[in-house]
Design a protein around this ligand. Structure first.
Ligand SMILES: Nc1ncnc2c1ncn2[C@@H]1O[C@H](COP(=O)(O)OP(=O)(O)OP(=O)(O)O)[C@@H](O)[C@H]1O
Ligand SMILES: O=P(O)(O)OC[C@H]1O[C@H](OP(=O)(O)OP(=O)(O)O)[C@H](O)[C@@H]1O
Ligand SMILES: O=C(O)c1cccnc1
Length: 468
């Protein structure tokens, strides 16, 4: 499913586009970079997600008759609206592949298109990439700490409106095993799974009968929620009774779910009761405001929890709630462009650029990426972007160019990836990131440097603008 209409944008994009058109500035070529300045969650990395949806939707990115009728009521010029009738994105996109591990202040995606086309896709592109990258990163943090336990997304009810749809997709990329979100399952090919709510048991009053009826009609992957009345005195014993009845029918209860109280204590006690009843195959699921820190604590307490169901904290990207990715002009009409700022970290990088992941002779990541101009050949020294005396020789290191052509002249230039392929790629790339960047507290800082030529160009433009 893609968002077909080009009015999924901010008004200022259209206001600027109209001026570009009227002043005949719209068709000159421009280069924009997508990047962010800080990893979410005070972490050491970010997982890049949302690219497939961007490429999919750009094919359909157009103004409908109704869009144009609406814009007419907003005082847009008739000749501009006429132009928008045939508006299509016919530019090129170079991007890091979806699922890769990325870092602050490096271009993750580069758009090369006419100024008006590059401008009009900005809001949609940021909306898609910022949100999914945030959620994929949150999910990856939980996957890292949960090791081989099952992680399920239960977040749709707590998500920021329809954002929950894409959150489920991003969670899978980040390492979740499945989702309770049926629409995301249907449209993205995600495994769906789920248990039961307290209301089901409450509606019976009789917990045992509720479990029996549920097991009768959903014997496959059946999970019984055991904390409605009294977890250890009624929930678990009733689940054991039903599990035994299922055995007689040649079926197996998959799991029980704990949703309140001290999850480590209840998991340990429940495990004991299940094992004593000969039900060591029945797994234990837990939910209730989980996040990577609670999961870490539960793992440290050796809570015998096999399945974690995570809602709110995953799908709203708590506590960050947004990734501040930006989209900045780097080149237009044959000239490099720069944005100056009092805050040196906010000065943009001019020109079309490539990013290289640096590896040792064994192909292992060394903890640095280097940004160079696409127009320059191989460079041997990487400079710190802001600090004068910090630089690193690149001699002997392998370089992997991260920005790949993914769209050329409005057409996709690489095959559609399934979500499973993207998730597998995330797993493979994340495995290559050394552990010091993965810890939650004070993760190691991954270095992103720039070539001497890029630095000279940036500093030349800063001086040029200061002298004006
Ligand atoms: N053993 C544990 N170690 C660490 N955190 C836990 C443990 N057990 C539960 N938690 C987490 O502590 C938080 C609060 O748990 P608490 O039992 O107070 O839940 P609650 O929402 O008040 O639920 P209820 O009143 O339904 O028991 C939740 O995020 C929960 O996941
Ligand atoms: O805590 P979260 O990480 O957001 O996970 C989702 C929560 O949503 C459900 O509770 P809810 O009270 O909405 O419904 P229920 O009656 O099914 O428990 C579920 O039982 C989880 O506790
Ligand atoms: O299937 C579940 O157990 C579930 C689904 C959504 C939210 N909470 C729980």
């Amino acid at each position: 499913m893609s968002l077909y209409t080009a009015t999924y944008t901010d008004l200022y994009q259209l206001s600027m586009a109209q001026v570009y058109f009227k002043k005949d500035r719209h068709s000159q070529q421009a280069v924009f970079d997508y990047y962010f300045r800080k990893n979410p969650f005070n972490g050491g990395y970010t997982i890049f997600a949302g690219l497939e949806n961007v490429l999919d939707s750009l094919k359909e990115f157009r103004f409908t008759e109704e869009d144009l009728d609406y814009l007419k009521t907003q005082n847009f010029d008739a000749s501009f609206l006429e132009y928008l009738k045939d508006f299509r994105f016919r530019g090129s996109i170079f991007s890091v592949l979806e699922g890769d591990v990325v870092f602050p202040n490096q271009p993750i995606l580069r758009v090369e298109a006419s100024l008006i086309e590059a401008q009009l896709i900005e809001t949609f592109l940021l909306n898609m990439l910022n949100f999914q990258s945030l959620i994929a990163t949150k999910a990856c943090r939980m996957r890292y700490i949960a090791k081989d336990r099952t992680l399920l997304d239960f977040g749709l009810r707590r998500a920021h409106g329809p954002g929950g749809y894409y959150a489920s997709r991003a969670a899978f990329i980040g390492g979740f095993n499945g989702t309770s979100n049926v629409l995301a399952g249907k449209n993205f090919g995600l495994p769906i799974s789920g248990t039961m709510a307290h209301s089901f048991i409450q509606s019976y009053g009789d917990e045992l009968q509720a479990f029996r009826d549920f097991a009768e009609h959903r014997p496959k992957n059946c999970v019984l929620l055991v904390d409605t009345y009294n977890t250890l005195k009624s929930g678990v014993p009733n689940a054991i009774t039903v599990a035994k009845e299922m055995e007689v029918r040649g079926q197996r209860l998959l799991a029980i779910r704990l949703d309140s109280g001290d999850l480590a204590y209840f998991a340990k006690q429940s495990r004991k009761l299940l094992d004593e009843a000969g039900l060591d195959y029945v797994q234990i699921a837990a939910s209730n405001q989980l996040d990577e820190y609670v999961i870490k604590s539960l793992q440290e307490q050796q809570a015998p929890i096999d399945i974690y169901g995570v809602g709110t904290n995953l799908v709203i990207g708590k506590p960050d709630a947004a990734l501040g990715g930006v989209y900045k002009l780097a080149f237009y009409d044959g000239k490099p462009r720069i944005k100056i700022s009092e805050n040196i970290a906010k000065i943009t990088m001019p020109h079309a650029k490539q990013v290289y992941r640096l590896k040792n002779d064994k192909g292992e990541w060394v903890g640095s990426d280097a940004i160079g101009l696409t127009s320059e050949g191989s460079f041997e020294v990487m400079e710190h972007p802001f600090e004068v005396y910090k630089s690193m020789r690149l001699t002997g290191l392998q370089r992997e160019a991260l920005l790949q052509p993914v769209m050329e002249k409005g057409e996709r230039s690489f095959a559609t990836k399934t979500l499973q392929e993207i998730a597998d790629y995330r797993e493979k790339r994340f495995a290559q990131l050394p552990t010091e960047y993965k810890r939650f507290n004070n993760p190691h800082h991954y270095k992103v440097g720039i070539s001497e030529q890029l630095k000279e160009e940036r500093d030349r433009l800063i001086k040029l603008h200061k002298s004006l």
